[in-house]
Design a protein around this ligand. Structure first.
Ligand SMILES: [Zn+2]
Ligand SMILES: [Zn+2]
Length: 258
């Protein structure tokens, strides 16, 4: 079984706990160390129990808690080489293991495959987590679905998927045009519509859970994101459980099995 709980998910901060076979991982540390410790406690865990801290990219909403977090505890960080160069000064006492998109690594009970996403960051990645035959896909902060993602995500039992903005709300948000263009560019974020299109590509009856993530607080609502995805699932006749990762508080454990 794999368990997933999000501690925060939005452009103001992201952190997710993933557990399986006695191994506990944290993906991103984009909220304060205090909130990460509290969130882990709510999960029944502490920082020392983490086998790895994995990063998707360097934006502060994914990394800002790292400095303080690394002062008290020894962290084992997994990230790409380029990102590591950015993060090392922030966490000088941490152990770094470099990962490469497309190359699977073993972290405790997990096989973890990082893969390239399309975002305005140095070397952004998503992840496929596998443990005891259970598969969980993790895709956030990507302006488009890239070739090969559908293959990699075939057969996932759960999918953590960005559903960042609603087109109408984005255009009526009052944001400057250059920001709107950045968000909807190939190097920005996935819209509700794009998230639905991707689910169509990989849908199968054993897809038990979809966690809609990084939902914009200005250009989307959890209701809109959920309705859009539910419509897709209804059209596909799938009974997949839909969850919206809350922006600023914890989404309790979701258990994923085969
Ligand atoms: Zn982000
Ligand atoms: Zn980002």
């Amino acid at each position: 079984m794999i368990r997933i709980s999000t501690l925060a998910s939005s452009s103001k901060g992201n952190a997710t706990v993933i557990s399986g076979g006695g191994t506990h991982l944290l993906v991103d540390a984009g909220i304060s160390a205090t909130r990460i410790r509290r969130g882990l406690e709510e999960c029944g865990l502490c920082v020392r129990q983490l086998s790895g801290l994995l990063f998707t990219h360097e934006h502060t909403d994914h990394t800002c808690g790292l400095g303080v977090l690394s002062k008290k505890d020894n962290l084992h960080i997994y990230c790409t080489r380029y990102l590591g160069q950015d993060l090392r000064p922030t966490a000088p006492s941490a152990t770094f293991s470099y990962i490469e998109p497309g190359s699977r690594v073993q972290i405790g009970a997990f096989q973890v495959t990082p893969f390239q996403v399309s975002h305005d960051a140095t070397d952004p990645v998503g992840y496929l987590f596998e443990c005891d035959g259970v598969k969980l896909g993790y895709i956030t902060d990507t302006g488009r679905i890239m070739r090969g993602m559908d293959n990699l995500m075939q057969g996932v039992h759960a999918l953590y998927l960005e559903s960042n903005y609603d087109h109408g709300m984005l255009y009526n948000s009052g944001r400057p045009m250059h920001l709107i263009e950045r968000i909807e560019s190939n190097f920005g974020h996935l819209s509700n519509e794009q998230a639905g299109e991707f689910v169509r590509q990989i849908a199968h009856p054993d897809l038990q859970h979809i966690i809609l993530a990084h939902i914009s607080q200005d250009c989307n609502t959890p209701d809109k994101a959920r309705c859009a995805m539910q419509q897709t699932l209804d059209e596909l006749c799938l009974n997949t459980n839909l969850h919206c990762a809350p922006a600023a508080y914890r989404l309790p454990w979701i258990n994923v099995t085969t």
